[in-house]
Design a protein around this ligand. Structure first.
Ligand SMILES: C[S@@+](CC[C@H](N)C(=O)[O-])C[C@H]1O[C@@H](n2cnc3c(N)ncnc32)[C@H](O)[C@@H]1O
Length: 404
């Protein structure tokens, strides 16, 4: 579907207004580049990142025609801008489009979200995300956070209709439906339904070759796990059992020394935990070959099993909604959310795009993590907010921000 210049599918065009942002003149002061001559309403800001800080750190290949877009906030309609971005050039897209009939983000005719019916909204989203998939590298990931909507007391299931439609029409693969769990939902009291406190984040890819750094996702959960296992009493029960066992004095001495060593390994975070099997107290493992643990148990009288296991990577991100009064944008998502998705699928120097940038959260996190960013936002005022946030963001890939 081609978007008409009068507005999107199903939208009554908004009258031009001085406040709309898209009709603002492109001033020399805030404009670094105009992508095409005579192109309406397209300005790109420099958001304060020093070139040297943002050069690829891991030698990622950057498409030469992508350079004018890098580390810029672009004021315009994402569908138009996406057409100018080279195909297969972006490493990750993390975004949250306007939800269906939830908010008014300004009066731009091309703004998405207030279509007259759901079908038109879904069609407009499909057009944008089809283009997102085109600019994504074959190794890239597309994350879409989308909320649902009640109509006449019934959920429309908008996010799932969208995800189904995109996979069906483009062949994109849906790797996960990650659930964002909000411990602090809006404090409303409905007598006839529960308060919604989750939102889906869809992880789409184009091929099976997508970059993936599984261990890095929500890695703080490993620390919590180790902390729980590494409490004061760790190994104490095993030391008592050794004393009660029928091991020789020499075997007991060796067992105490090896258990104390394993306790230190847990405390230093080198292993997650350990188990001890003691002859005459614990049963031998069934089956298996002779030797190894079985022979230890018989010859030494005990065996220690070290556990390096990490917390299971669950398809859940828990973090609170932010309400930053200083940010004059009604729907800011948490930086932590973006951080974990970028840890999972990108490396320093990679290019991260958000076609619905809003107040700039995706770009801010990408910059902090040493990734390049491209942000597109239709509302001029939100571009300025994003720009301001970016100016105040330093590149600091080692900064780990936890929410526990
Ligand atoms: C849900 S908000 C994104 C908020 C963002 N994640 C943040 O943390 O600030 C969606 C944004 O999409 C913008 N938008 C709507 N239609 C657009 C379009 N066609 N092109 C670019 N941006 C658009 C809106 O102005 C709004 O700021």
């Amino acid at each position: 579907m081609e978007k008409s210049t009068q507005g999107r599918m199903g939208q009554v065009p908004y009258p031009k207004s001085d406040e709309s942002g898209v009709d603002d003149p492109v001033t020399e002061e805030n404009t670094l580049h105009c992508l095409r001559e005579n192109q309406l309403s397209l300005s790109i800001w420099d958001s304060g990142g020093k070139e040297s800080e943002l050069l690829p750190l891991n030698g990622s290949l950057i498409h030469p025609l992508l350079r004018p877009f890098l580390d810029r906030v672009i004021n315009g309609d994402c569908e138009e801008i996406l057409e100018q971005i080279p195909k297969n050039s972006v490493d990750a897209i993390v975004t949250s489009p306007p939800y269906y009939r939830q908010r008014e983000y300004g009066s731009a005719a091309a703004a998405i979200g207030n279509e007259e019916n759901l079908e038109d909204y879904l069609e407009n989203l499909e057009c944008v995300f089809r283009k997102c998939l085109e600019v994504l590298k074959p190794t890239g990931s597309l994350f879409v956070n989308l909320g649902d909507k009640y109509e006449e007391g019934s959920l429309l299931l908008v996010p799932y209709l969208f995800a189904h439609r995109l996979t069906q029409s483009t062949g994109a693969k849906l790797i996960n439906l990650i659930t964002w769990v909000k411990p602090n939902p809006e404090p409303r009291q409905y007598k006839r339904r529960l308060v919604s406190s989750t939102e889906p984040i869809f992880h789409f890819v184009k091929t099976n070759e997508y970059k993936y750094f599984y261990e890095r996702f929500c890695s703080h959960r490993d620390i919590v796990r180790q902390r729980v296992k590494g409490g004061e009493n760790i190994g104490k029960r095993y030391l008592e059992l050794i004393e009660q066992s029928d091991l020789t004095e020499e075997q007991k001495r060796l067992a105490r020394s090896e258990i104390l060593q394993a306790i230190q390994e847990v405390k230093r975070g080198e292993i997650a935990s350990f188990r001890v099997k003691i002859r005459g107290i614990h049963s031998e493992a069934y089956g298996g070959h002779e030797g190894g643990r079985k022979s230890h148990l018989r010859s030494k009288g005990f065996t220690i099993i070290r556990m390096y296991d990490r917390a299971i990577r669950r398809d859940v991100i828990e973090c609170p909604i932010l309400s930053l009064k200083s940010l004059k944008h009604p729907a800011v998502y948490p930086e932590y959310l973006v951080q974990e998705l970028l840890k999972l699928t990108t490396q320093p120097g990679d290019v991260v795009l958000d076609p619905f940038l809003g107040s700039g959260t995706t770009a801010v996190v990408a910059k902090r993590m040493g990734r390049h960013y491209i942000g597109i936002e239709i509302n001029h005022e939100y571009c300025e907010i994003a720009n301001e946030r970016l100016k105040n963001t330093d590149v600091n890939p080692d900064l780990v921000e936890f929410y526990l």
